[in-house]
Design a protein around this ligand. Structure first.
Ligand code: KDG
Ligand code: MG
Length: 409
């Protein structure tokens, strides 16, 4: 079998997505997700200009060889643009292999280790009553585990509560990348945040009891000692995890955090290769691997990093916001179903417009996600529908402190 075409489809049903479609001489096609939120066209160009010509006439069955060839032959390694492009190729080839075999991808990865993937959803609110409503809504929808984000008194905006939701009062359950020519500026004050967050978790535990697994995302905003302080102050509320407590580039920071708190730590949504996780896994500085198949080079390296993490009892918590497309979500759901050390899957439901473009066998019921049993990844792209949603430039917001200093967002 030979690859005869590698097409890149950019579409924007509610938000931008970049999808690679690989076609073979036998007419079988495979899809891969190459979406990099806010920098989508960089990956689309990388794929069109640099990888597509290398794929023509290759045997689609040689997934590992193709991955190594694309990774090593560029000389320039790693980085989100390169690894999202390689990820799309890797996913598309697994999709093709599954279709040829007549099996869903998780069967090719060793078969199911569980009946479904436990998920967590995002509850948020400007104040406690709004947050409680959001938690109740998620529980009614079947979610068994919930991420909690709220506005902080004195700060006009907070990650997890989008500007549009703040002004309209609507439920916020989609990503904050804003369409427009320039990014939105938000404000931030870590001391106010550190004072406020433990009071929120205390209130949530008082209202909803001790059983629900609760999560929180610090979104890279704290210094190591601030993160240690937050981890300690959240210990009475028994978090499932504290995510991205410090900027991900400085992995040594986690040593300090770890020495001070038993709150479980999750990190890695901006990581691109196993090398980013190497020290964190070997020294057992984290409890959950937050990589997404899309930004981590695809299914092949995600399975490998999880096998490495298994040696240290570290589990998965794959990144699953809506900027991971239904193709990327399916890819990591197949991995999650197959590995023994699955932890939890982040799940923000895609919009109706997104689902009209990506037809999926993936299903969500009673808080559990399953990639379905269609051969391959179980996602097909409706190209006619995709063509109706033209790309629109979009940016994630950024933060400034009260004195005007740029801060991590
Ligand atoms: O593109 C950025 C988003 O993926 C990120 O803000 C979402 O932190 C996030 C999460 O945990 O889902
Ligand atoms: Mg996060």
């Amino acid at each position: 079998m030979k690859i005869t075409a590698a097409d890149v489809i950019v579409t924007s049903p509610s938000r931008n997505f970049v999808t690679l479609k690989i076609t073979t001489d036998e007419g079988i096609t495979g899809l891969g997700d190459a979406t990099l939120n806010g920098r989508e066209l960089a990956v689309a160009t990388y794929l069109k200009e640099h990888l597509a010509p290398l794929l023509l006439n290759r045997d689609p069955h040689n997934i590992e060889d193709t991955w190594q060839f694309l990774y090593r032959s560029s000389y320039w390694r790693r980085g989100p643009v390169t690894m999202a492009a390689i990820a799309a190729v890797d996913m598309a080839l697994w999709d093709i292999k599954g279709k040829v075999a007549g099996l869903p991808v998780y069967q090719l990865l060793g078969g199911a280790s569980r009946t479904g993937l436990r998920t967590y959803g995002h509850a948020s609110g400007r104040d406690l009553p709004e947050l409680f409503d959001s938690i109740r809504e998620h529980l009614e929808e079947g979610y068994k585990s919930i991420r909690i984000q709220t506005s902080v008194p004195g700060i006009k905006s907070l990650y997890g509560v989008a500007a549009q939701a703040q002004s309209s009062g609507e439920r916020y359950d989609y990503e904050p990348a804003g369409r427009g020519d320039l990014p939105t500026e938000e404000d931030w004050d870590t001391r106010a945040y550190l004072r406020h967050v433990p009071t929120v978790f205390e209130a949530v535990r008082n209202e909803f009891g001790p059983e629900i697994p609760l999560l929180h995302d610090g979104h890279h905003r704290m210094t190591p000692i601030q993160a240690a302080k937050l981890g300690k102050s959240l210990e009475p509320y028994d978090l499932y995890w504290l995510e991205d407590c410090t900027p991900a580039e400085n992995q040594d920071a986690l040593r300090l955090v770890r020495q001070h708190t038993t709150t479980p730590l999750a990190i890695g949504e901006v990581f691109n290769t196993v090398y980013d996780f190497q020290t964190l896994i070997r020294e057992q500085l984290i409890d959950y691997v937050r990589a997404a198949s899309t930004h981590f080079g695809g299914i092949s390296p995600l399975k490998k990093v999880m096998d490495y993490a298994a040696l240290y009892q570290i589990r998965s918590g794959f990144h699953g916001p809506t900027d991971v497309s239904p193709v990327g979500l399916a890819a990591q759901s197949h991995v999650g179903l197959a590995i023994h050390n699955f932890g939890i899957q982040e799940y923000m439901e895609h919009s109706e417009a997104t689902n009209s473009v990506f037809e999926q066998s993936l299903n969500f019921a009673d808080g559990y996600l399953h990639p379905g049993d269609k051969p391959g990844l179980g996602v097909e792209l409706n190209e006619e529908a995709a063509a109706r949603f033209e790309y629109q430039r979009a940016y994630l917001p950024y933060n400034r402190l009260a004195d005007g200093t740029v801060h991590d967002w």
